[in-house]
Design a protein around this ligand. Structure first.
Ligand code: SAM
Length: 244
């Protein structure tokens, strides 16, 4: 049922949480600005932009939900195709297609082969961990990339599936919530033919200290070291950058 639950997510959330479909749709269409974690979302998109190839490259965005990441990429100057398995999500995403943007959205299961042309980069933001067969997804990505193509992802790391938020979502809405730590994703990417797979710290996890206080400078440094260890050793959420 998990895949069907991904497809009917908008309707299920509205029913289970007793919110109107139009209120939930309004929240989704204004994401990330409508979300309490807007700052975190915007930090993540900044990190993704840092690694994308120069404009105007072709970008495939997989598991786009309401399409906000694709819309930002298109505004920045990329030619973007966004896919999602949920027709409700794609309907919301399509409302972001305005004149002057090179932006298209389609309903498609990223676990099934696709033919939307060749891309310079494929992005997965917070969506690979919803799949049932990551080997198939990465194989599809490989086939959609140019010979020098880039794969970029930010996915929840180790412990995500046991977190309260993920466990609640799986129980209430039936969505698939898995861990996608860097070392595991890297193994799959290398197996499917990616030459180089890099791991970067996900900056939204960095707490900031008041550097005007000498003691806080030390606390900031300690926190930074802790975050590096958490990322590398404990499999915390990372930015994954892979070259074909
Ligand atoms: C946590 S949401 C993230 C959405 C979007 N990237 C964002 O940041 O708002 C995960 C998305 O993956 C989509 N998804 C799940 N399984 C999928 C599949 N097999 N093929 C395509 N999209 C899928 C869901 O419909 C959902 O929109």
């Amino acid at each position: 049922m998990a895949k069907q639950d991904e497809i009917s997510y908008v309707e299920t959330v509205s029913r289970v949480d007793n919110v109107s479909v139009s209120d939930f749709t309004s929240y989704l269409s204004r994401k990330p600005y409508s979300d309490i974690s807007a700052g975190d979302y915007l930090m993540d998109i900044s990190q993704l932009l840092k690694f994308l190839p120069p404009r105007p490259a072709r970008v495939l965005d997989l598991g786009v939900g309401s399409g906000w990441t694709s819309e930002i990429f298109a505004h920045v100057g990329y030619a973007v195709v966004g896919l999602d398995i949920s027709p409700d999500m794609i309907e919301i995403a399509k409302s972001k297609v305005t004149e002057g943007l090179n932006l298209r959205f389609y309903v498609h299961d990223y676990e099934k082969p696709f033919s939307f042309g060749l891309f310079d980069a494929v992005v997965m933001y917070d969506s690979l961990h919803h799949c049932e067969n990551e080997n198939q997804v990465i194989e599809n990505i490989c086939a959609a990339l140019t010979p020098q193509g880039l794969f970029l992802a930010i996915e929840p790391g180790r412990g995500h599936s046991r977190s309260k938020a993920a466990a609640d979502a799986a129980r209430k809405y039936g969505t698939t919530e898995r861990d996608m730590p860097f070392h595991y994703v890297k193994r799959v990417l290398v197996k499917k033919g990616f030459r180089e797979v890099k791991q970067y710290m996900c900056l939204k996890q960095l707490s900031l200290f008041d550097l005007s206080k000498p003691t806080d400078g030390l606390r900031q440094l300690r926190h930074l070291v802790w975050l590096v260890l958490k990322t590398v050793r404990l499999g915390a959420t990372s930015v994954i950058v892979a070259q074909k």
